[in-house]
Design a protein around this ligand. Structure first.
Ligand code: NAD
Ligand code: MG
Length: 482
């Protein structure tokens, strides 16, 4: 138990205005869907229905792609980069002005703690628009090749773990480079994307530059299959990413895929252990572990493993799990019943395969979807909990003796999105970073994001980069490319 109790510190939800139902955002207007079956989005912390959302049919997707094409040919691709930049700056500033509203709405719809949506998701979303606004008139100097030109209409499909932030990662570079967009948010977290549609109107973005269609997998598939799409940007599961790659094989469509991960967080015996424990917590318990680059495999040098696990468990006992709207909450709700079931099934498999399970034993609310911070020790590399993405607040602990063994174990995964290295030794950090087959390697920190830094995967974690100068490459063609 913590030495003192925290008084409740609830954020107010009065700052958001949620409509009872939403249409689709096509050509700058909210329009009714044609034919699909509306669905409900809930607050996963309470199971309260927040709103009814439209399901876009293939016809609706077609209308959105046409609107995006018209805006592309008539307005956006003809506009100077400096003018496009002005719109992006305007959007960035409105995100800042409406930050509290966006943070509250994100937490209600997603279940993540308000302190994370307030301090991470929303500021980073604004930062992505500011950063890309700056590039809009400088693309010719970005070493992208001679005469970088936009691709056309971009289809974007995003997941539920960072709804507004993933939208920003996708929309900001696309628009900066002169493309127009049809974006589909995830079915459990559509509300901040719909508020973003309103922000586009407030910014007087020309109609059709951004179109937002809601729905589930079938709507996403309609975007993927639409012949009017020039490029696809997808973030989500490796299974769906593979289906998308198959669907577009043999077409002229370009694609970037940001898929799953099973990141290794590697702690050497010379690391400052208390700092490393904080990094382990940030690595896997941030956002309930719903993070593709989470440090879900903890690799600890054998001679300090018992000590690290002891300190980690003690620290997990102090995490406050519960009401995401409380400003003191560290770990919020699991995003959906389906995700909770997946986490439960994989952790049961961990026990069945012989790993030792421990959880923090904290009290959980009675309504909503919850999972206690959980640690598995005695994990073998072959266990499902060491191989498969759990996407929840669960860490699997493995040990190693030498740096070479740490690298071999860290790379023993079909994924390759992220890794972390904790050591006092600079030369070892550089050597490890060179050996690890991961798109991002953090040194003595974890889960740090910045719009200037490219992010992306190796192997089954996908291809292409988002963020930084490298991220622009996915949204332009150069030279003689048609
Ligand atoms: P998902 O891949 O099913 O969904 C991601 C997005 O793709 C959603 O918007 C969804 O509606 C859409 N989609 C689903 N089927 C599609 C199809 N056939 N064509 C086009 N779009 C389609 O992921 P999920 O069901 O939300 O989560 C399942 C697993 O995915 C998680 O357990 C986790 O392992 C992984 N995941 C990874 C990330 C990431 O950031 N890399 C994010 C969310 C989930
Ligand atoms: Mg929801």
């Amino acid at each position: 138990m913590p030495p003192f109790e925290y008084a409740p510190a609830p954020e107010s939800r009065a700052v958001v205005d949620i409509a009872s139902s939403y249409g689709l955002f096509i050509g700058g207007e909210f329009v009714a869907a044609t034919g699909g079956t509306p669905f409900k989005t809930v607050n996963p912390a309470t199971e309260e229905v927040l709103a009814e959302v439209s399901e876009a049919s293939a016809d609706d997707v077609d209308a959105a792609v046409r609107a995006a094409r018209t805006a592309y040919t008539r307005v956006w691709s003809r506009m100077s980069g400096a003018d496009r930049g002005k719109y992006l700056y305007r959007i960035a500033r409105i995100i800042q002005e409406r930050a509290r509203e966006l943070a509250v709405l994100e937490t209600l719809d997603n279940g993540k703690p308000i302190k994370e949506s307030r301090d991470v998701d929303v500021p980073l979303a604004a930062a992505h628009f500011f950063y890309h606004a700056g590039w809009a008139d400088k693309l010719g100097y970005a070493s992208l090749g001679a005469d970088p030109r936009p691709l056309g209409v971009v289809g974007q499909v995003i997941p539920w773990n960072f709804p507004l932030l993933m939208l920003a990662w996708k929309v900001a570079p696309a628009l900066a480079c002169g493309n127009t967009v049809v974006l589909k948010p995830a079915e459990t977290t559509p509300l901040t994307a719909l508020l973003f549609a309103e922000i586009c109107r407030q910014a007087e973005l020309p109609p059709g530059v951004v179109n937002i269609v809601t729905g589930a997998g079938a709507t996403g598939q309609a975007i993927v299959d639409h012949p009017g799409i020039d490029k696809l940007a997808f973030t989500g599961s490796t299974a769906v990413g593979k289906m998308i790659a198959r669907s577009i094989a043999g077409t002229r469509k370009k694609a970037t895929l940001e898929l799953g991960g099973k990141g290794a967080n590697i702690v050497f015996d010379d690391a400052p252990l208390d700092q490393a424990v904080e990094g382990i917590v940030t690595g896997i318990f941030f956002n309930q572990g719903h993070v593709c680059c989470a440090g879900s495999r903890l690799l600890v040098q054998e001679n300090v493993a018992d000590e690290v696990v002891r300190r980690l468990k003690r620290r997990l006992g102090t995490l406050r799990v519960g009401d995401p709207m409380d400003k003191n909450t560290d770990v919020g709700a699991i995003n959906s019943k389906a995700q909770l079931d997946r986490i439960a099934a994989l952790t049961e498999a961990g026990e069945a395969e012989g790993a030792q399970r421990w959880d923090s034993g904290c009290e959980l609310p009675t309504a909503g979807y919850w999972f206690r911070p959980t640690v598995f020790t005695d994990v073998a590399q072959s266990h499902r909990i060491a191989q498969e993405e759990i996407f929840g607040p669960v860490v699997s602990v493995l040990t190693f003796r030498t740096p070479g063994e740490a690298v071999a174990k860290a790379n023993n995964t079909p994924y390759g999105l992220s890794a972390g290295v904790w050591t006092e030794k600079g030369s070892r950090i550089l050597w490890m970073a060179d050996q690890l087959r991961a798109g991002v390697v953090w040194a003595n920190t974890f889960n740090k994001f910045d719009p200037t830094s490219p992010f992306g995967g190796y192997k089954e974690s996908g291809y292409g980069r988002e963020g930084g100068r490298h991220g622009l490459e996915a949204y332009v063609k150069t030279g003689s490319e048609q």
